[in-house]
Every structure is written in C-alpha cells, then in structure tokens.
Design a protein around this ligand. Structure first.
Ligand SMILES: *[C@@H]1O[C@H](CO)[C@@H](O)[C@H](O)[C@H]1NC(C)=O
Ligand SMILES: *[C@@H]1O[C@H](CO)[C@@H](O)[C@H](O)[C@H]1NC(C)=O
Length: 257
C-alpha cells in the first residue's frame, strides 16, 4: 500500500510539473506582453497624427495590436474553460511547501520557486489574466503620461472597434472571410478593444457619450455563426467595468442578458 501511494504521488507529480513549466512560460509571456503593449500605445498615440491617421499609416502596428488582443482573448477563453489549471497549480504549491517543511527541495523548484509560484498564483487567480494584464498596462500608460490626453488612447481603441464592426457587418467583406479564422479574429479584436476602452475611459464603453457603437457591436456579434460567440458575450458581461452603471441604457443591458 505504501508503495502504491508513492507511485501515485510520483505519477501526479510528474504530470503536474510540465504543466507548471508551461504556466510559467505563459506568465512570463504576459510580462513581455505588457511591455510590448506599452511600446505599441506609445507609437499609436505619438504626435502629430490623430489615432485614425496612425492606424492608416502604421497598419503593421495596428495588426500587431490586433494579434495581441486576439491571443489575449483566446488564452483567457481557454483558461476559463479549464478550471483544473488552478487545482493543479495549488497541488504544486502545496507539495513544494510541504517538502520545504521537511527540508527537501524538489528539482522542479529550480524552475518555479516559492516566490515565483506566489506571483503566478495571483496571476492565475484572475478570471481573465491576460486581459487584466493589458487593461492594467493601458491604465498605467494613460495615468503615467500626463501630457497625453486620454482621448488619444481611447480614440485609437474605438476606431479599431469600428473597423472590426464594419468588417463583420459588411456582406462583401463577409464573403471574403474564406476561413472562419478571419471572422473570429475580427470578433475577438472588437471585443478586446471594447473591454480595454471600458477599463481606460472614465465613463466607459456603454455610456451614451461612448465613441463605440455598442448596440451595433453586440448585434453583429450575436449574428455570427461561431462557437465563440457566447464566450465573447460573457467577456463583455463579466470583464467590463461599466456595464452595470446607471448610464448604461436599458436596451444595451437587455441585449447582454
Ligand atoms: C507619453 O506619450 C508620448 C506619446 O505617445 C510618448 O512619446 C512618451 O514616451 C510618453 N511618455 C511616458 C512617460 O510614457
Ligand atoms: C492589475 O493591477 C492590480 C492593481 O494594481 C493588481 O493587484 C493585479 O495583480 C494586476 N493584475 C495583473 C494580471 O497584472
């Protein structure tokens, strides 16, 4: 029986270690993403051009931004549908701290030590960790940069939301979505910039004064024939900040119910 327990322990431990190494890589990637987003926002908002001009002039940058948002929402969608991630990670942490009490150090600890495990645990405790990283970084960028009007950043986001909405709405474009990946890309980017806008803008994306046509965006999202629609609607429901504000119209609330 003792032997069986030990074997069981080894097997679970050996299964969990590669997973933890992977979780660490994604956590480290989120830190790089934060820096990349900062440089992108700097480039997309630097004078003398208006956001729309930047997006036109620097399409490669806009594309990078879109790729980042696309990755972010795909990652968070996977994270939300795999609650086992957190359980496995807790198991890992419990095991290394128990071994520390016994003065044993496990090989895996060289890779993810206690301090790193604590930071990762805070990261994976977020419902949507990557999105939280981006919205934290955007908020930080805006608040640290006193000379930059907040509208420069939010206009850039609302312009991208508009481009995506129009692409999804326009039948001529739709026919050209030869693969569903492009459509999914547009949907994810649209939702990503809406959420960022809502976190960064003082009154958010749902208010009447918002530069994003929220009704249009939600409507076109619901019309898409994709398994990802519900997840993206949930992202709008649960990861935005201002949806439940008084300034949000009943109609928009009803559309997201
Ligand atoms: C403020 O924003 C401008 C324009 O995007 C950028 O060039 C500058 O580096 C930013 N400054 C800080 C302190 O982030
Ligand atoms: C976002 O910022 C808050 C407040 O500073 C912090 O507690 C949280 O850990 C950050 N989350 C991520 C994923 O960076």
């Amino acid at each position: 029986c003792q032997l069986k327990m030990k074997e069981f322990w080894f097997r679970s431990w050996n299964a969990v270690c590669p997973l933890v190494a992977k979780l660490k890589r994604f956590y480290e990637f989120s830190l790089r993403l934060e820096n990349a987003l900062r440089s992108l926002l700097e480039a997309l908002t630097s004078p003398p051009y208006a956001p729309m001009q930047h997006l036109e002039r620097e399409q490669a940058l806009a594309k990078q931004f879109a790729e980042i948002l696309h990755f972010t929402l795909s990652f968070d969608e996977l994270k939300m549908t795999n609650p086992a991630i957190q359980n496995d990670f807790s198991y890992y942490r419990r095991t290394i701290s128990r071994n520390r009490l016994n003065n044993q150090q496990l090989d895996a600890e060289n890779e993810v030590n206690n301090e790193m495990a604590n930071r990762m645990s805070l990261f994976y405790a977020e419902a949507t960790p990557m999105l939280k990283t981006l919205s934290n970084a955007t908020t930080k960028f805006v608040s640290e940069n006193k000379t930059l009007p907040i509208e420069d950043t939010t206009d850039c986001l609302s312009t991208m939301a508009c481009v995506c909405r129009v692409m999804l709405e326009t039948p001529e474009y739709r026919c050209r979505f030869t693969n569903t990946d492009t459509m999914l890309f547009c949907m994810r980017v649209m939702v990503g910039v809406i959420i960022l806008y809502d976190h960064v803008h003082p009154v958010g994306a749902f208010a009447k004064t918002s530069k994003i046509d929220m009704k249009g965006c939600i409507k076109v999202l619901k019309e898409q024939d994709s398994n990802s629609v519900e997840g993206l609607l949930n992202a709008l429901r649960y990861t935005t900040r201002h949806l439940n504000d008084d300034s949000t119209s009943k109609q928009i609330r009803a559309m997201l119910q």
